[in-house]
Design a binder for this molecule. Structure first.
Ligand code: 3HC
Length: 288
């Protein structure tokens, strides 16, 4: 069916990126295993996929029924069972290097020898993860953007030992799920997009801190004057204030006080109902 040797894809981590990556694979016709460490997380991920597929089906943005696509997705807590017959494993667990390395080492033990192991990290070193396996040439970054089902770009990040064959396989896979791959040939922290995007959100937060702008001013300037789909604060709320915080905190950038305070208060944007804006129904800013 596909122009590559991949039939089954395992996605590790059922959070907002993981379930979206799993959904994108299922829409493209792959059999998908979605795995998380607790059944509750798996169930939440599966529910989000169902919700999204229903929306896409209503708008005729998928060719099959939501049920037909969803029938290709299975949930797992057991890592071994999730990856034992996978041709491609995509890791989307939290952004902690030790956790990533443990996950890579386990996947290396249980996944078939031919399987490629890809990380959806936003910016951590692919080379360091690859070194936790005995197949570093088959380890690569495939960095999706939120929401994966709507965003067309995927960064294909080369680790120091990633083989040309693995890169080609990922190009073919990314294209088969209807996305555009861009190569990041240097495994630098944050790759390309986040090195541009996160400081953009950070700079706006510094201006807010200095009283130089309001949240609404900065967002409207970017949306109405520059034509961006979302301004820096709306985007920060959308992608998760903790995600931007983790990136800034693990790089040479200082974390602006408004972002640090929100992480401290656990008001992390849309997913918690409150961030730079308030969210009544989880679907858009109410400028509260
Ligand atoms: N599945 C199905 N439908 C979805 C959905 C999903 N996952 N997410 C939102 N929708 C629906 C909404 O519910 C809404 O439906 P409705 O019209 O029935 O109410 C509809 O899509 C929204 O559609 P709109 O026409 O209003 O918006 P667009 O579709 O034109 O755009 C967007 C939505 C693609 C999110 C756009 O606002 C956008 O591009 N925003 C910027 C996103 C971005 O930059 N993401 C990158 C973040 S950074 C990142 O991920 C990197 C990481 O490493 C930190």
């Amino acid at each position: 069916m596909h122009d590559n040797d991949i039939e089954r894809v395992a996605v590790l981590g059922a959070g907002s990126m993981g379930h979206g990556i799993a959904e994108v694979a299922a829409i493209a016709g792959y059999e998908v295993s979605l795995r998380d460490i607790e059944q509750e997380f798996v169930d939440n991920g599966l529910e989000s996929i169902e919700w999204s597929l229903e929306k896409l089906a209503e708008k005729r943005q998928i060719d099959e029924s939501a049920d037909d696509v969803f029938s290709r997705v299975s949930g797992f807590v057991d890592l071994e069972r999730a990856v034992e017959d996978a041709d491609l494993v995509v890791e989307a667990v939290p952004e902690k290097m030790e956790l990533k390395r443990e996950t890579f080492s386990d996947v290396d033990r249980y996944a078939p020898d031919h399987a490629v192991i890809a990380s959806n990290t936003s910016g951590l070193s692919i080379t360091e993860m690859a070194n936790a396996t005995d197949r570093p040439e088959q380890v690569v970054g495939t960095h999706y953007f939120n929401p994966p089902v709507k965003m067309s770009l995927v960064e294909v990040v080369h680790g120091e030992q990633t083989s040309e064959e693995t890169v080609e396989a990922m190009h073919s896979y990314v294209e088969s799920v209807g996305k555009t791959p861009i190569d990041v040939k240097k495994d630098v922290h944050g790759f390309v997009v986040n090195n541009v995007l996160v400081p953009f959100m950070g700079e706006a937060a510094w201006m807010l801190d200095e009283g130089a702008c309001t949240v609404e001013q900065a967002d409207s300037a970017m949306v109405f004057q520059r034509g961006y789909p979302m301004g820096p604060f709306e985007l920060n709320d959308y992608s998760g204030i903790d995600i931007g915080y983790d990136f800034l905190d693990s790089s040479e950038f200082d974390v602006p006080p408004p972002i640090a305070e929100m992480v401290e208060r656990e008001t992390l944007g849309r997913k918690t109902g409150s961030g730079f804006y308030e969210y009544d129904d989880g679907d858009g800013p109410t400028y509260g």
